[in-house]
Design a protein around this ligand. Structure first.
Ligand code: C5P
Length: 312
């Protein structure tokens, strides 16, 4: 049975999507992961995750992208809630409602955002008072991209993506995201990146963020930021989905300040000069019929935060 829309004691957390302004990928490590240097920005596409005590574990999807949400253990939000319960010796089951407005399997870390939101919601629901380090340790255990949504804003990440440090960024940036209705598997894109590198025999330098990007953020300079956007996974995403390159090129031709595949794709992110420029670009891309769903957003925005609910 599915829980009523709002159960007593429900805690709701709002959590943003992310875009990688630069994603530099090092060599494949012995554990199968890659060392990264990346700068994340949280953008104004949000999911809302609500948790409430319930007599069985359940996931109730709603919102724009409800159809693609797994409702079993495959959902990282369920794994997040069970991890908190296990670590804190709580023997309760939850109804987890996910109102989904972040594209699924699109390189915007939507599933990771839901897991981060669930960690925060469980902390509040169960009155645990978990500190930052405890939350970060659970986030890292769940996935490489789960830590950043807890921070939000603009931040640099290293390790496999889970070690976060804030970055000084001025101003607001206006984005257009071209969303594909068919996801790309993150492991498949990393594997393709390794394959392309092996084939070309190129030396893989240790990943580092460019000074130009940090300067552009410090100055709040969208033109310079547009030039500095970079994603080492882009050739792999283009190799698996050649039409993404056409889409990226079309957006740049239509006047975007920069365009690139977001994370492991297939979402393509375009930076524009203003709210109006983002609107114009969306209209041009829609008219050219080169993109699926088009979403506009601004960044940076705050990380995961509780919007309703308190302890019983
Ligand atoms: O950590 P997460 O489960 O999100 O990673 C999904 C997959 O993405 C990993 O299994 C791995 O194939 C790839 N990955 C990687 N290096 C990273 C992050 C992810 O190879 N730093």
């Amino acid at each position: 049975m599915t829980a009523a829309p709002t159960l007593p004691g429900t805690v709701t957390v709002r959590v943003p999507a992310k875009v990688n302004l630069q994603l530099k990928v090092g060599q494949r490590r012995a554990d199968g992961y890659h060392d990264l240097a990346t700068v994340f920005q949280a953008v104004s596409l949000h999911d809302q995750v609500s948790v409430a005590r319930w007599d069985a574990w359940e996931v109730v999807p709603s919102g724009t992208y409800a159809a693609g949400i797994p409702t079993d253990e495959g959902n990282l939000a369920v794994r997040a809630a069970k991890l908190v319960a296990e670590r804190c010796h709580i023997d309760e089951s939850l109804s987890i409602r996910i109102d989904k407005d972040i594209p699924i399997a699109g390189g915007m870390a939507g599933g990771s955002a839901d897991a981060a939101a669930t960690l925060l919601a469980c902390d509040q629901l169960w009155g645990l008072g978990l500190d930052r380090d405890e939350m970060a340790s659970m986030a890292a255990e769940l996935g490489s991209d789960v830590t950043f949504p807890l921070h939000g804003g603009t931040a640099m990440a290293s390790g496999r993506g889970e070690q976060i440090a804030p970055v000084l960024a001025r101003g607001t940036f206006y984005w257009v995201f071209a969303v594909s209705d068919q996801g790309l598997s993150t492991p498949a894109v990393y594997a393709e990146c390794d394959r392309l590198r092996e084939r070309s025999g190129e030396r893989v330098p240790s990943p580092e963020i460019d000074a130009e990007l940090m300067g552009a953020l410090r100055q709040g300079d969208a033109v310079a930021l547009g030039r500095a956007l970079h994603n080492d996974l882009e050739p792999a995403a283009f190799s698996l989905r050649p039409e993404l390159k056409e889409l990226r090129d079309a957006g740049v031709d239509f006047g975007a300040l920069g365009g690139m595949v977001s994370g492991s794709g297939p979402t393509v992110a375009f930076l524009t000069a203003s709210h109006e420029a983002a609107l114009d670009l969306s209209v041009s891309l829609a008219a050219a019929d080169v993109a699926g769903d088009l979403r506009r957003a601004k960044g940076p925005v705050h990380g995961a935060h509780v919007v309703t609910g308190s302890r019983d």
